[in-house]
Ligand binder design. Structure first.
Ligand SMILES: [Zn+2]
Length: 115
């Protein structure tokens, strides 16, 4: 399934980010998930819960922030309202997707060793 490979690359990215640091455990991951990313948040969470144990993110909480699609006209700089025909409300021209198709690892909260 699509979501499993996303979780795998997410876990790899977390591991890479923490390389060289004295981190005891990862407490929380925060992810921005675009409405048009093609990823189902529920399936992603299920995949995470299956893949996280034994990984660098064992026991870490996954927070998913949904990002709605945002379309904007490059000529007038106006947003096209959601659910509307995908055209600029002022000039009728084509609009461009500004955000809403991303999968972004936003923050990694970690617990560090106290020396
Ligand atoms: Zn326009």
């Amino acid at each position: 399934m699509h979501e499993y490979s996303i979780v795998q690359s997410l876990l790899n990215r977390v591991q890479d980010s923490l390389r060289g640091y004295d981190v005891r455990s990862v407490r929380r991951l925060r992810l921005r998930l675009g409405e048009l990313s093609g990823v189902d948040p529920g399936l992603l969470r299920t995949a995470y819960e299956l893949c996280a144990p034994g990984s660098v993110c064992d026991g870490a909480e996954l927070e998913i922030a949904s990002v709605p699609a945002l379309w904007r006209c490059p000529a007038c700089d106006r947003d096209a309202p959601a659910g509307a025909r995908l055209a600029c409300p002022s000039c009728g021209g084509g609009v461009r997707l500004l955000e809403g198709d991303e999968i972004v690892l936003e923050t990694i909260d970690v617990e560090v060793e106290h020396v």
